[in-house]
Design a protein around this ligand. Structure first.
Ligand code: GCU
Length: 679
C-alpha cells in the first residue's frame, strides 16, 4: 500500500530484468536449516519478501542436500563444502552473507552462530535486494558493536504518549492479553530488521500499575510476540510502587521489607516472562519519587533494584536525567554533580542511561560531559527519536546525523582519542554491558511515525545502535531506496537534502549554540520571551540571557557557571575561550556582545540573522527539490510530505521572525542585509 504502513519493508516488485533474473536464480532452490519460532519468522519473512519482489512462490526446504542456490543455516549446520574460513569473526548476533562457487554454480549463503543471527542476516539480504544490489560476489560480515539496542516508549497506560506525535500508543492494554494486534508483529519485524533487540514499553514517568499481575499478564503477551524476533521486553519501575500499590508505607531502598518487596515482584514477573529484560528508572527527576526522598542516593536505589533482578539475569537502567529547581545552579552541570562522585559504586548489572547532551534533546548540544567522566561505570546512550524540540512529526529532520555527531565527539577522557561511541560500545574498558536507547517516535498513525521521514530516524537509530560508525550516506541511501525507489535520479537528488536537513532546525530555531527557546510546556514553535514559569530552568530567558550587553549562557570558569569544567581539561580549555569554542556552540558557553566579531568578520548580531535566514532558505530549497521529484513518488505519500514541508517552510520563517524581532529589542541593531524580515 502507499500509506506508509510498510515502512522500509515494502518489497516492491523489481522491474530491472537483470537483477530480477539473478535474484530469481538464487531463490530457485532454498534451504533453511533448523526449526524454532525464530526460524519460522525468518521463513515467513523470506517468503513474503521474495514473493512480492520477484512475483514467485519460493519453495523452502529444510532437508540437507548439496544443490541449493540459497542456504540459510547456522555455522554448525552448513554443508561441509561451505567455506567461511576467510570471513571475519562474528559474534552471537552477527551474520555472514556470501556467495560461493560450487561446481560452476554460484550459490548464496547466509550464516550465523544463532537463529537470531540468521534472522538478522535474512533481513539484511532482503534489504540488499530491495536496494537492488548486485549479489554476485557479495561478502558481508556484520556484528553489532553494542549489546542492548533498545527503544524507549514514553507510552502511558491510557494510551497517551508523552512527547508522542504519531497518534495513540500502539499498546492496546484494554484488549491485551487476548487480542494480539497485527501491529505488534509488524513492529517486531521492523525492529528486528534493523537489529533492535529490546523495548521498554512504558513511560519513564511510570505508573506503578504496570507492575500488578493484571498488567504483567498483558506484558507477557507482548513478550511472547516479540521473543521470536530477538526482542526482550523491559518495564519502567516507579520507585514508590511498594507504597502506591498499597503494600508498604515506605520505599526506602535500605529497608529490608522494601528490598524483599522488589525481590518478590521480580520473581512474579520472571515467572511469567523468563527472559524479561529488567527495569528502566527515572528517579528524583522532575518530581518523580526516588531514593533521595529517603535521604539515600542513586547508588542505593539502583543497586536495590539490581539485586532483585540479578538472580534472573536482569539489568537496571538508571537514568541520569536529573535537575532540581535550584535558582543559582546551572542545569547543565547537575547530572555530573549527582553521578560522577559515585563512579564505580553501581552494581555490575546496572547501566546509567545518559541523554546525549546535558540539557534536554535540543537541536544541538555538546555531548553530555558524563561520557568519559565515569570510566568505572557502564554508561548507555539515550537519544530521542521523537522530535520533542525539533518540530514534532511536522518537520523533516534527519536525526541519524545528529546522533552520529554526538557519537563521534571526542571526550579526551579516559584517553586522548576516546570518542563517545567508544565509551558506550565499551571499547575503552572491559565492560560487559553496553547499550543505546532511543525514545521512540512510534504511534498508531497509519504510517507509524506521523511524518513519513520520521521512519528514517527510527531506521537510522537502529543502524547506529548496531554500529555507531555506520556511514550516514549509506543509512540515508538505503532508507530512500527501500522506502521510495532505488532510481538513482530520485536518490541522488534527495540524499543531499536529507543529510542537510539535520542542520536546518538548528539554523531556524537555535543557531550558534542557543538552546531551549521553544514555547513552554509543549515545546513547539518559538518562545524566546518565556520568562514567567514556576521554575527558572523552564523559561527561555534562563538559557539565552539576552540583554543590552549581549546574548548567551556564560559557562566559563572565571565569569560563568564553570560548567566547562565538567569536560576533560583539553575541552574545558577550548570552551573557556570564545575564540576557540566551535562557533556552532558559541552561545552555549559564552555571553557575548551583539557586536562581537565572528570568524567571517561580521558581528554576532549579523551572524544570527544570517543563520536564521539560511535555515529558512534551506527548507525552501528542500521543498523545491521535493516538488521536482513528483514523478518518482506515489501520489499519497508525495502529497503528505509536500504538505508537511510547506508547514515547515512557513514555521521556519515564523521562528526567524519571532526570534530576530524579539532579540532586536536588546541589540537595537538593524537586520543584516542578507535577511528578509518580516516575510
Ligand atoms: C523532557 C520531557 C519530559 C520527559 C523528560 C525525561 O523533560 O519534556 O516529557 O519526561 O524529558 O526525559 O524524563
Amino acid at each position: 500500500s502507499e500509506n506508509g504502513y510498510d515502512l522500509w519493508l515494502r518489497y516492491s516488485l523489481i522491474e530491472n530484468e537483470a537483477i530480477r533474473t539473478q535474484y530469481t536464480q538464487f531463490s530457485s532452490k532454498i534451504r533453511v536449516a533448523g526449526n524454532s519460532p525464530t526460524i519460522n519468522a525468518l521463513k515467513s519473512e523470506l517468503m513474503t519478501g521474495l514473493n512480492k519482489m520477484l512475483d514467485i512462490t519460493p519453495q523452502i526446504s529444510s532437508v540437507s542436500t548439496e544443490s541449493y542456490a540459497l542456504i540459510i543455516a547456522t555455522i554448525s549446520n552448513l554443508p561441509d563444502n561451505a567455506d567461511i574460513t576467510g570471513m571475519p569473526e562474528i559474534n552471537d548476533e552477527g551474520y555472514i552473507i556470501m556467495t560461493q562457487n560450487v561446481n560452476g554454480n554460484e550459490r548464496l549463503i547466509v550464516t550465523a552462530r544463532t537463529d537470531i543471527g540468521l534472522l538478522y542476516g535474512t533481513f539484511n539480504l532482503l534489504q540488499l535486494m530491495q536496494q537492488q544490489r548486485d549479489l554476485q560476489n557479495i561478502e558481508v560480515a556484520s556484528s553489532p558493536r553494542i549489546n542492548l539496542r533498545l527503544l524507549n516508549h514514553w507510552d502511558n497506560l491510557d494510551r497517551t504518549v508523552e512527547r508522542g506525535y504519531a497518534g495513540a500508543s500502539i499498546w492496546n492494554w484494554q484488549k491485551l492479553p487476548e487480542y494480539i494486534d497485527q501491529r505488534y508483529i509488524d513492529y517486531a519485524r521492523a525492529n528486528a530488521s534493523i537489529g533492535i533487540n529490546g523495548t521498554v514499553v512504558t513511560n519513564v514517568n511510570a505508573n506503578a500499575l504496570i507492575l500488578t499481575p493484571q498488567y504483567v499478564d498483558k506484558v507477557k503477551a507482548l513478550a511472547d510476540v516479540f521473543r521470536p524476533y530477538g526482542i526482550k521486553v523491559y518495564l519502567t519501575a516507579r520507585f514508590s510502587a511498594p507504597v502506591e500499590l498499597g503494600d508498604l508505607d515506605t520505599a526506602d531502598p535500605l529497608d529490608p521489607a522494601v528490598q524483599e518487596w522488589w525481590n518478590v515482584k521480580a520473581n512474579e514477573i520472571y515467572n511469567q516472562i523468563p527472559d524479561f529484560g529488567g527495569f528502566l528508572v527515572k528517579a528524583n527527576s522532575e518530581g518523580q519519587p526516588g531514593p533521595q526522598n529517603y535521604g539515600r542516593n542513586h547508588v542505593d536505589g539502583a543497586n536495590m533494584l539490581a539485586a532483585a533482578v540479578k538472580p534472573h539475569g536482569g539489568i537496571v537502567m538508571w537514568r541520569a536525567f536529573v535537575y532540581s529547581p535550584d535558582e543559582g545552579a546551572d542545569r547543565a552541570s547537575q547530572a555530573s554533580k549527582e553521578f560522577v562522585p559515585y563512579d564505580g559504586q553501581f552494581a555490575e548489572n546496572v547501566l546509567v542511561q545518559v541523554k546525549n547532551g546535558p540539557i534536554d534533546f535540543q537541536p544541538r548540544e555538546p555531548f553530555h560531559p558524563m561520557f568519559g567522566a565515569m570510566p568505572k561505570t557502564p554508561l548507555m546512550m539515550e537519544f530521542q527519536i521523537t522530535q520533542e524540540y525539533l518540530g514534532f512529526s511536522t518537520h523533516l529532520v534527519f536525526l541519524p546525523k545528529l546522533f552520529q555527531e554526538v557519537l563521534h565527539s571526542r571526550t579526551y577522557q579516559p584517553n586522548r582519542n576516546t570518542r563517545v561511541a567508544d565509551i558506550i560500545a565499551g571499547t575503552e574498558g572491559n565492560q560487559a554491558l553496553t547499550g543505546m536507547a532511543g525514545v521512540a517516535n512510534i504511534g498508531s498513525d497509519i504510517n507509524w511515525t506521523g511524518h513519513i521521514f520520521g521512519q528514517a530516524n527510527w531506521f537510522g537509530f537502529g543502524k547506529l545502535a548496531w554500529d555507531p560508525d555506520y556511514s550516514l550516506e549509506q543509512i540515508a541511501e538505503e532508507w530512500l531506496k527501500m522506502t521510495f525507489t532505488p532510481d538513482p535520479e530520485f536518490v541522488n537528488s534527495f540524499l543531499p537534502e536529507l543529510l542537510e536537513s539535520r542542520e536546518m532546525p538548528v539554523s531556524y530555531m537555535t543557531p550558534l549554540g542557543l538552546h531551549h527557546m521553544m514555547d513552554a510546556g509543549h515545546h513547539y514553535g518559538p518562545g524566546p520571551w518565556i520568562s514567567n514559569m514556576s521554575r527558572p530552568d523552564w523559561t527561555s530567558v534562563y538559557y539565552h540571557k539576552a540583554d543590552k550587553s549581549g546574548i548567551g549562557f556564560d559557562r566559563t570558569t572565571t565569569t560563568g557557571s564553570g560548567a566547562v569544567n565538567d569536560y576533560a581539561p583539553e575541552l574545558a580549555k577550548l570552551f573557556n575561550d570564545p575564540a576557540t569554542t566551535p562557533e556552532e556552540l558559541l552561545l552555549w558557553f559564552h555571553h557575548l556582545p551583539w557586536t562581537y566579531k565572528l570568524k567571517n568578520g561580521r558581528t554576532l548580531w549579523d551572524n544570527l540573522g544570517m543563520k536564521y535566514q539560511e535555515g529558512v532558505d534551506e527548507v525552501g530549497q528542500m521543498l523545491e527539490t521535493w516538488k521536482s521529484l513528483r514523478p518518482y513518488v506515489d501520489e499519497e505519500r508525495y502529497e503528505e510530505i509536500l504538505m508537511h514541508l510547506n508547514i515547515q517552510f512557513k514555521e521556519a520563517k515564523w521562528w526567524k521572525n519571532a526570534c530576530m524581532l524579539y532579540f532586536q529589542e536588546f541589540s537595537e541593531m538593524p537586520f543584516p542585509p542578507e535577511m528578509t524580515v518580516p516575510d
